[in-house]
Write a protein that binds this ligand. Structure first.
Ligand SMILES: [Zn+2]
Length: 785
């Protein structure tokens, strides 16, 4: 009987072991390349970055929660100014009011504004060709101390500045921009970009963030036309950036200080963050102790090296050049021009077609078999992601608290391995069932074919991500073409080399994708694992008994042996899942996440508890019940958000924000009102909405013009959310149609739900969700002026 495989070595067992060893080595090298470097001690040379030194800054910055406008944030700012002065620099505080940056904002039901105080420091260059801006935000979310987000970025810049000032001066200007009110509305960065003199000529922005507590510092976002910048980034000691991440990031609901810079159109730049360990994101558990300091070292190594690299270049020559495709591979940053994306995608298709033609001509398969194989390959491609989503649904069923985790469980490692094993089991089971009927060569060609087709689709839709499919398809097909022309011993080596390319490209991609998307989207990780599996089919064939040729008892034995890899993968799924459930338990340090807030309506002195939990947990269910409903009618700032509610005691000591008429002029059919909104207690933000009966022509807030086209719903239209309001209040000027009274809804918010009578402290193991309305106490009142 004919041999239907691409290669059939005489000593199959030995070949399998050798090939698996090569793949393991390739995988190990690929994974080592994306691991953060080890933390350097305080004794490291003064011109180098030491995470241990930076961490002492993290401790000071993240002692307590410090949202924009809080006294704790004032203390952080004072510390930053003092530290920078200690380096012989001259920091200044930019104190201003601005409207929000970016499209996404925490203020769903109105235009976000804030009073911000940025700490801005210029390190003048010796013969500057432009400016490099090192950006991180020093404010924290309102319920967490921000040990990682973004004390990590802030400390990275402080330690980088220290290292820079202990060495020779750079050619170019470096501007340190420590922003305020990022968590509120990206307002600090927006204020710097719009209003600060140092920002007016543009330059190169390097933003440093953390959305989690560990993992490599990934360079995940760039300005357009990035090829020269990416080339400079490739010079850092451990570059972990991929053009695929840029595409993934666009799918995520995150936004950073980088956005206002990009929106301005006169900045180039790179955005980096470490993102694993995301269970602590914005939560009280985002403490300095939660930080993996190797991640801080990675941030710092790259920040310092990149600043030095760009600091010596002619910054006027950085622009243009188009977008590059780039990815980390064994310690290097592989990159090629975006112009090669399409030629490579087409080349991969041609190579697969050539392989199919040769395989048919040599009688290793037939056209019918290969067409059947192409159709059947859809089975693992579609079923593995579905099974992975099913596995996560099962885990949420077993542990309902997982439903409340915004991105990932605390210790997702074993669950990720379970998903990878599940995808492997799917591919192996499918392969074991079909390889005798369809033939190994046909299945291998079909696998490469789908990779090549996907490469073409990605080239059209997300060009930066096309390489994840194109290059494994191309390497696999070329290896196949060579393998069928050389002796079997050599063929095995060639096949192994092709598979190693897929391993180096796809394994780190799978591994970085899990923290990026979290377990609730585990199906995407499974999908990419299947792609890797398809690229490895010629290798997978070697761990099965040779197909074809066997008869009778021998064939039965071969079929039984053929089930062994599948069984091993299934056992791995079970073992990893059970281990994950045992390892990742909720406790005091790793609490389940609950959301509760309190809202008082001062019009009728009634109050209620509110929660945004999708499925209320046991603790939350004491306060709220029923189904989620919009609350816009009484709390317009919540926009179209839906919350569960329950009755709460009216808390008499909560004064509503005051709204007074400062000036009032009428001319013809229009009226111009100047009103002052003043919180009567320590409020993180105040909001003001105008009834939909009133048509607003124009408005300014604190002197800043704002859009008046928005609608909050619930009978309210135009509205503003002002963060960090000054004690003396916020002045709003409106020009409206008509001369009759205008109805306003004013609200303020603090973050002390635990002080409300009737609040029962959370038991151990029950914690606070890092949402923008967690622990909020809101007081609202209607005014007619
Ligand atoms: Zn942040």
């Amino acid at each position: 009987m004919r041999d239907y495989a691409l290669t059939r070595p005489a000593r199959r067992g030995l070949a399998a072991i050798a090939v698996l060893a090569v793949l393991a080595l390739a995988g190990f090298a690929a994974m080592t390349a994306i691991a953060p470097p080890a933390e350097r001690a305080t004794s490291a040379p003064a011109t180098e970055f030491s995470a241990a030194r930076a961490f002492t800054q993290v401790r000071t910055i993240a002692t307590t929660t410090h949202p924009a406008g809080s006294p704790a944030n004032d203390r952080v700012r004072d510390h930053l100014v003092e530290t920078l002065r200690g380096l012989g620099l001259s920091p200044e505080v930019q104190d201003t009011v601005t409207v929000q940056g970016g499209q996404l904002s925490s203020s769903a039901g109105g235009t976000g504004l804030a009073r911000v105080r940025n700490v801005v420091t210029l390190i003048p260059g010796t013969a500057s060709t432009g400016r490099i801006f090192l950006v991180a935000h020093y404010d924290s979310a309102q319920v967490g101390p921000g040990g990682n987000d973004d004390a990590a970025g802030t400390a990275t810049i402080l330690e980088t500045a220290r290292a820079l000032t202990s060495g020779d001066g750079l050619r170019n200007d470096v501007v340190l921009v420590l922003t305020d009110a990022e968590e509120a509305c990206l307002c600090g960065a927006k204020a710097f970009v719009d209003q600060h003199p140092l920002a007016q000529e543009g330059g190169v922005v390097l933003n440093f963030e953390a959305r989690g507590s560990s993992g490599p510092a990934i360079m995940f976002e760039t300005s357009e036309g990035n090829s020269r910048l990416v080339e400079a980034y490739g010079q850092v000691p451990s570059p972990v950036g991929t053009s695929f991440a840029v595409e993934i990031y666009r799918l995520l609901p995150n936004d950073t200080d980088f956005t206002p810079f990009l929106d301005a159109g006169r900045f180039l730049g790179l955005n980096s963050a470490y993102i694993d360990g995301a269970a602590v994101y914005h939560a009280p558990t985002d403490t300095p102790e939660a930080m993996d300091r190797d991640s801080l070292q990675h941030h710092g190594d790259n920040a310092l090296a990149l600043t030095r690299e760009l600091g010596g270049r002619d910054l006027t020559a950085l622009e243009s050049g188009g977008d590059a495709t780039y990815f980390p591979a064994a310690g290097l940053l592989v990159r090629y021009p975006g112009a090669l994306v399409w030629p490579l995608a087409v080349l991969a298709l041609v190579a697969v077609a050539a392989l199919a033609w040769l395989v048919r001509r040599q009688g290793r398969s037939t056209a019918r078999r290969m067409i059947a194989a192409a159709g059947l390959t859809l089975i693992p491609i579609l079923s593995a992601p579905a099974l992975a989503q099913g596995l996560w649904a099962l885990l949420v069923l077993i542990r309902p608290e997982y439903g409340g985790m915004p991105i990932d469980p605390y210790r997702p490692l074993w669950y990720r391995l379970a998903v990878i094993a599940l995808a492997a089991a799917t591919v192996l089971a499918w392969y074991a069932l079909l390889r005798r009927r369809i033939g190994p060569a046909a299945l291998a060609v079909a696998g490469f074919g789908w990779l090549a087709v996907l490469g073409v689709v990605l080239a059209a839709v997300t060009p930066g991500g096309a390489y994840v499919a194109t290059l494994p398809a191309l390497a696999g097909a070329l290896a196949g073409l060579v393998a069928i022309h050389v002796p079997d011993g050599v063929a095995v080596a060639v096949i192994a080399a092709g598979a190693a390319v897929a391993m180096v490209i796809l394994l780190p991609t799978v591994w970085m994708l899990f923290p990026a998307l979290g377990m609730p989207m585990a199906g995407v990780g499974a999908f990419l694992t299947v792609l890797l599996g398809l690229a490895l089919l010629p290798v997978a064939d070697l761990i099965h008994p040779a197909a074809g040729g066997a008869r009778g008892m021998e064939a039965l034995r071969a079929r039984r042996l053929g089930a062994v890899p599948t069984l091993a993968a299934v056992l791995a799924v079970l073992a990893c899942t059970v281990t994950g459930l045992a390892v990742d338990r909720f406790d005091a340090k790793h609490p389940s996440l609950t959301h509760l807030m309190y809202a008082l309506d001062a019009d009728n002195n009634t109050a209620r508890w509110l929660s945004e939990e999708a499925e209320p947990q046991e603790w939350t269910a004491q306060y709220v019940s029923g189904s989620p409903e919009p609350v816009t009618a009484s709390l317009p700032a919540f926009g179209d958000e839906k919350l569960r509610s329950g009755p709460a005691p009216a808390f008499a000591d909560l004064p509503a924000p005051n709204l007074t008429l400062v000036a009032d002029t009428r001319s013809g059919d229009t009226r111009t009102l100047r009103v002052r909104l003043t919180p009567q207690r320590a409020a993180r933000f105040v909001t003001l909405h105008v009834s939909h009966e009133t048509k607003v022509f124009s408005a300014t807030v604190g002197g800043q013009p704002v859009e008046t086209t928005g609608e909050a719903g619930g009978g309210w239209n135009f509205g503003i959310v002002f963060h960090a309001p000054p004690q003396e209040g916020v002045e709003v000027e409106l020009t409206v149609h008509g001369t009759g009274p205008v109805r306003f809804r004013a609200m303020d918010a603090s973050d002390n739900v635990t002080e409300v009578p009737g609040f029962k402290p959370r038991p151990e193991g029950v914690g606070v969700l890092g949402s923008h309305s967690s622990e909020m106490v809101a007081v609202a009142k209607t005014y007619s002026l």
